[in-house]
Design a protein around this ligand. Sequence first.
Ligand SMILES: [Zn+2]
Length: 394
Amino acid sequence: MREKVLRADGPTGSGRVVSYPLGDGRRLFLIRTYCPDRIGPGPTNLYLIEDEALVLVDTGLPTDMAKQFFYFWRRQPIPHGIEALPDDFSERELTSALALTGHRIEEIDAIVLTHGHMDHYLLGRKIVAQSNARVAAHVSDTVMICNPWGMARFMAERWPVLMAMGMPPPAHRRTPEAQRQVLRIDLSLRVDEPIAADGPLTVGDAVFPRLTVRHFAGHSPGGICLLVDSENGAGRRMLCGDTLLYPITPHPDDLVAYLRTLKAMKALKDISLTLPAHGKAIRRLPERLEAIEQHHERRLRLTYEACRRPRSIWQIATMTGYFDVLVEPTQFNPLAGQEAWVHAELLYLVGGLRRTHIREGVHYFENSGETFAAVYERVRELINDEQSTLLTRR
Ligand SMILES: [Zn+2]
């Protein structure tokens, strides 16, 4: 009934393989593959499910891409130990992990993507080339997954917002030519199976009654969780992608959607274990939901209080105590800026912040002078009441 560790993590913090029995001789496996921490979200947890077919949930990231993108993105040199890793390191981790489970890449029938971020799907191309597996993803994230110029699109869309925050542009370590080359790398994976509704996972003609898809937006527009039923009394496990993480907290791309997701998840009463795509398993789901909600309340409060006088988003993001680690004000850091922005945006939506002025393209915001409690009351109303007129009233 209990889980069994088949392999422990190595020096890269990845490599772990755990088996969870599902009853009827079926098993669920965790397979942890390399993805940088500190600079990235840390190793990616993939899950392999033995059902009527062999289903892999998320694929991880090719190690050469991890080197290219994460360090490129933050303009930081690649540490020696990482540079020395073989380019197919995470692929080898997957192959050797599969051997421990008694399977091979060629046997994988279906790949289900929890969401469209590249640390979750990019190794998919190699897996599909070897297995002919069919790839399923939510329709709202296929725009990211199928787009060959995903990186260039992201930069084109986000650049004006990042600059309006007041974030300094990156100090380039690469020549403009090398820069263009990186933006031109094809990051696409073909998606064969659109997921558009909650219910049993369906791949081609196959329906998986023991695997239930739930759409939970907020970390990305098309984030999904997969609920895995067992027949041995071990209860339901939830493979939650990056929607919930432990011990780190996920980055919401839409805080209204994300807080509504946390609320909707509180209604899940039968989850025995939540297995995220990074970090550790969550054994007590209600407590984790509560903690993440409180984390965002605290960050909303810090954001609100910072705006006693006009503040740019980047000034908020670089305040001491806003993040656990200090965000270097002179360093380009889209994730930190985005995190401060989604909190300011929500306060703005409920009338807690207003924009005072724009100076040299940077937008400045000031709070309404109410108590934070009064503003947070309206945030709660907006989250709890999907029919809320708060947005239309403004
Ligand atoms: Zn991730």
